[in-house]
Design a protein around this ligand. Structure first.
Ligand SMILES: [Zn+2]
Length: 118
């Protein structure tokens, strides 16, 4: 098992109300930018994923950008994102967010083919 303290943590979050991207500055100096659409589509919650396999682009996700209403830190390992469409159960671990960042530049059709372990 890897030491959880080795995982970079967000030191700054930028998600201005009305914006369609969220930016995270990490403790190791990296800055990642996520479109809201990507974050919403890869919501890791049981409702969106509907199974216990890898985390994939959710078929239940709205087709358009959804605004973020609230961001809450969960313990020392994750962020809970509350969306303007009323969906508030997605808990995104820091480790998952770092993996998801690799998809930020991909076209949607390409991102839809990717998946992540839990
Ligand atoms: Zn969800």
């Amino acid at each position: 098992m890897s030491d959880p303290r080795d995982i970079p943590v967000p030191i700054e979050l930028r998600a201005p109300r009305g914006a369609v991207v969220m930016e995270i500055v990490w403790s190791d100096g990296l800055t990642t930018t996520f479109s809201h659409r990507l974050l919403r589509a890869f919501c890791p919650c049981a409702y969106c994923q509907g199974h216990q396999g890898p985390i994939q682009w959710s078929e239940t996700a709205p087709a358009d950008d959804v605004l973020i209403d609230e961001i809450e830190e969960v313990g020392l390992y994750a962020l809970r994102l509350g969306w303007a469409d009323g969906h508030t159960t997605g808990i995104y671990s820091f480790r998952f967010l770092r993996e998801l960042a690799a998809l930020a530049e991909l076209p949607v059709e390409e991102a839809k083919t990717r998946s992540f372990g839990r």
